[in-house]
Design a protein around this ligand. Structure first.
Ligand SMILES: [Mg+2]
Length: 97
């Protein structure tokens, strides 16, 4: 089992402990929500929201939330996440040539 598969199994275990994966049409919702939260922290860190502050720790926390939601989306849809990511890396690597 790769490190990535171990991480995916931890996501499965946590979600199953919380009642299991949502039906597939709803799995995108947490991704959208967490992308919004990450985007807001990124904008704050870029100074686009005067008077608000963030930290690298908060940005990392929101990035982790987003990654978790994206992995859960793939797992909930039975997508081979590691394979899909490696395929994308190959696709962009080949485009550069
Ligand atoms: Mg969040």
């Amino acid at each position: 089992m790769t490190d990535f598969e171990i991480i995916c199994q931890k996501v499965d275990d946590l979600i199953n402990s919380l009642g299991g994966y949502w039906s597939k049409e709803w799995l995108i919702e947490p991704v959208i929500e967490e992308l919004g939260e990450f985007s807001k922290e990124l904008q704050i860190s870029a100074g686009l929201h005067p008077g608000k502050t963030t930290s690298s720790e908060k940005l990392m926390e929101e990035y982790g939330d987003l990654l978790f939601a994206v992995i859960a989306l793939g797992r909930g849809l039975n997508i081979q996440i590691e394979e899909s990511l490696l395929n994308t890396i190959s696709k962009y690597t080949n485009r550069k040539k």
